[in-house]
Ligand binder design. Structure first.
Ligand code: URA
Length: 433
């Protein structure tokens, strides 16, 4: 098949056939087409979209582009969760060990940072030795042994998504509904779990900026999952404000550990409990309210924290970093952002905050970029908080002091101050089942 002709067909607004979509996915997986042609196809899809059938075919082809994890030999119900991406979204590091401690095996395939959003794989790799590149057998064995594994799209798991995800990150082709739905659901189908909870983020820090598009994405993914025989639900949650206080890779691991110790920020803790409860409910552990109590109990008795440490050890990481987060190296430089007026934080451009974090070195501008694990932001004041002139509203961290002037300016431009307190937005906006 002539790949240039396929690009042209999509560029001119025509639908691709099943064979053509498969050719696209397998060419990405096997790297038989150069990056510039794959990127051109992504941009053509971005502008002309994929119809329902094309989205289903792409999901299926990407899931089959590598090995499909066969978890059938593992006893019990297998669960999975996925977020559509946000700023400060470290929920996997909290939800996965809690759910695993409740006896539901967690077999999770995660991604790296995408656009202005962080990725679980990058966060976990800030722990020395931690391996996210696992063979399908290793993935299955670890789920079997400890009930919890978080792998990257590496080895032979979903290689088509791995390739396209990396290209989308640096070609401004992320925020497209069919591409997001097929990317997430291909990983969920290849991961082999029975029950899946999706966290569809909505607001200025999400790819879906309004509730209608978040709901449309949630419905599409739930439909794909249900068609594949999965028990699946989506929570639509607020991403108009960063989640928790810490944004950046090791900073987010540290905050996740604090949350598993019961000392996490309220918004982060609440969203994690809701996600755990929905997944546990799908797995047959009780009603939604019963499952909330079950999840909280695993924080209170410390078992979820120990489960995270066990996972880190089994995936080659140093679990002492989980047991004592002071071991994480600190960024060499820091700069406080100080309020120059009093009032309330009326809103935040959360995508802007995520982009500041990328600019500080916590994300990639180009595919081959290394990231700085200790770079990031600690946000002291968020939407709704009262501030006095002179208060520290955030502290920026990085390894190159020269980055601070632009980063501070961009951070200030992302935070809006008004004399009156804004109306609070609920954290849970909707549920799609
Ligand atoms: N998460 C994914 O795995 N893929 C996307 O496209 C967006 C978020």
């Amino acid at each position: 098949m002539d790949f240039k002709a396929l690009i042209q067909k999509k560029r001119d607004g025509f639908a691709l056939t099943k064979e053509e979509i498969e050719f696209f996915a397998f060419s990405a997986a096997n790297e038989t087409v150069p990056d510039y042609q794959l990127s051109a196809m992504l941009m053509a899809i971005f502008f002309n979209s994929l119809n329902e059938e094309e989205t289903l075919w792409l999901t299926d082809a990407m899931a089959r582009s590598g090995d499909m994890a066969d978890l059938s030999a593992i006893d019990g119900i297998k669960g999975d969760k996925h977020s559509t991406g946000g700023v400060g979204d470290k929920t996997t590091l909290i939800v996965a060990p809690i759910v695993a401690s409740c006896g539901v095996k967690m077999a999770k395939m995660s991604g790296r940072g995408l656009g202005h959003t962080g990725g679980t794989v990058d966060k976990l790799e800030s722990i020395p030795g931690f391996r996210t590149s696992l063979s399908t057998d290793e993935f299955t064995d670890i789920v079997n042994e400890s009930g919890l594994c978080v792998a990257g799209q590496s080895g032979r798991l979903c290689p088509a998504d791995k390739k396209l995800y990396g290209l989308r990150d640096v070609t401004a082709t992320v925020d497209n509904m069919p591409l997001i739905a097929s990317s997430i659901m291909s990983k969920k189908l290849a991961g082999g779990a029975d029950c899946i909870v999706l966290d569809v983020k909505c607001g200025s820090g999400a790819f879906m900026k309004d509730k209608a598009s978040a709901k449309a994405l949630a419905s599409k993914m739930v439909e794909i999952g249900r068609g594949a025989g999965k028990k699946i639900a989506a929570l639509i949650t607020d991403m108009d404000t960063p989640l928790g206080k810490n944004v950046g890779n090791s900073l987010e691991v540290i905050e996740a550990v604090e949350t598993l110790k019961g000392r996490g920020p309220e918004d982060l803790t609440e969203i994690c409990i809701l996600l755990c409860a929905k997944l546990l409910e799908l797995a047959g552990k009780g009603s939604f309210d019963e499952c909330k109590l079950l999840a909280k109990a695993k924080i209170d008795d410390g078992s979820a924290l120990l489960k995270l440490a066990e996972m880190v050890k089994l995936q080659g990481g140093d679990e002492n970093y989980i047991l004592n987060t002071d071991l994480f190296p600190k960024a060499e430089f820091s700069r406080d952002v100080v309020a120059d007026e009093s009032g309330y934080i009326s809103s935040m451009n959360t995508e802007g905050v995520g982009s500041v974090c990328v600019a500080l070195g916590a994300g990639r501008q180009r595919k081959e970029d290394d990231i700085d694990p200790s770079a990031g932001i600690v946000i002291e004041k968020k939407t709704g908080d009262k501030i006095e002139k002179g208060d520290v509203i955030a502290t920026l961290y990085c390894s190159d002091e020269a980055l601070f002037d632009v980063a501070e300016k961009q951070y200030r431009e992302s935070v809006f101050i008004a004399p009156t307190k804004p109306e609070a937005i609920p954290l849970l906006l909707d549920v799609v089942e």
